[in-house]
Write a protein that binds this ligand. Structure first.
Ligand code: ADP
Length: 334
């Protein structure tokens, strides 16, 4: 399959499942989030209560779903998984809520995309553990209160800014996930290689880690690609030269930027003279959804020091011009 066409959001199915860390100690990196969660979960366990609702915020592939499963595991609870776009009608949510058993974790991925009526139902469920189900229409409509077993909502979002105030306020704790350091991604890769039985040399792991966009899911996907290469062109051992050659074949550059990242940079620099330009204009220029550009590309390009957000729009830094092999104009941002 073409992982570049699939883009950085797409999962890897079975591969992801076998590589998911299953406990907080197994979960690499994110030291702050881990410490915060340990406290929340420990305190809840000691009190014999379900933990407060938890919001996990950050770009795709950083481990939000894995953490939700870990939270359930650490609490000895079952997890039910759904997503904002799947909860189009309030009735869909009412059905999920009324099936919950005390202590369950309800995981709602992409919670910022939940439809309004379901969101309003969620307020009451989160706060009072009940829902009002409206039966009938017009003047004869009645609302029937239903009890919901005490549960913990774990919401995940790539855009915590898109959450409404009332929804955000009902979470007891928000964990902000950061991109991973290269050293942390090396550990992710070593762990995955051990699980999958791949022999990877330390220099090769460092090379792959450095080009994984700070994202464990991408590190795991690149690991699979370099293994393919090493098996087909060599003896199966992933050494530095095999890793480099494989990454070149798959068009991953030295910074780990993929095709869409480079398209966005290219449009910004070549099409708009380096900006400032609005994110939706950029998205049109590269033929992508604004949300993808904003939630997937931009966070990493900002962190890589390639683009800056200004009140007037996105601006390419001097590093972006250099990365594309161009001379930055006088006065380009550092
Ligand atoms: P998200 O929900 O944020 O998109 P996931 O939880 O689905 O991300 O993580 C994607 C994959 O990346 C997981 O299946 C797992 O293999 C890997 N992964 C994510 N975070 C970690 C971590 N901290 N340690 C080890 N592997 C991780």
């Amino acid at each position: 399959e073409d992982f570049l066409a699939a883009g950085p959001i797409a999962g890897d199915g079975d591969l992801d499942a076998s590589l998911r860390p299953s406990s907080l100690t197994d979960f690499i990196g994110q030291p702050r989030v881990r410490e915060q969660l340990e406290l929340v979960l420990h305190a809840a366990r000691a009190r014999g209560r379900t933990p407060d609702h938890i919001l996990l915020s950050g770009p795709p592939g950083l481990g939000k779903t894995s953490l939700a499963m870990i939270i359930a595991g650490e609490m000895g609870a079952a997890i039910r998984i759904t997503s904002g776009p799947a909860l189009e009608r309030a009735g869909d949510l009412a059905a999920m809520l009324s099936n919950l058993v005390e202590g369950d974790v309800l995981f709602i991925d992409e919670i910022h995309r939940i439809a309004r009526p379901a969101e309003e139902m969620l307020y009451l469920a989160m706060e009072d553990f009940r829902v009002d189900v409206v039966v009938g229409k017009g003047p004869g409509a009645t609302s029937i209160p239903l009890e919901v077993a005490p549960f913990t909502l774990v919401g995940a979002t790539t855009r915590s800014g898109a959450l409404t105030g009332p929804l955000r306020d009902r979470f007891g704790f928000t964990a902000h996930m950061e991109f991973y350091e290269t050293g942390e991604l090396v550990r992710v890769l070593q762990r995955s290689a051990a699980i999958l039985g791949i022999a990877i040399e330390p220099e090769a792991a460092a090379e792959v880690a450095g080009r994984s966009r700070g994202t464990p899911r991408i590190a795991n996907r690149l690991l699979r690609r370099v293994r393919d290469y090493a098996e087909v062109r060599g003896d199966g051992r992933v050494d530095l030269s095999a890793a480099r050659a494989a990454l070149a074949v798959y068009d991953v550059d030295e910074l780990g930027l993929d095709r869409l990242d480079r398209a966005v940079l290219g449009a910004l620099v070549r099409g708009f003279g380096g900006g400032p330009v609005g994110v939706s204009t950029l998205a049109v220029a590269v033929g992508e959804e604004p949300a993808t550009v904003e939630e997937v590309c931009e966070p990493f390009l900002v962190r890589a020091g390639m683009i800056a957000r200004t009140p007037r729009g996105r601006v390419a830094t001097a590093a972006a011009w250099h990365h594309l092999g161009l001379q930055p104009p006088a006065g380009a941002m550092d």
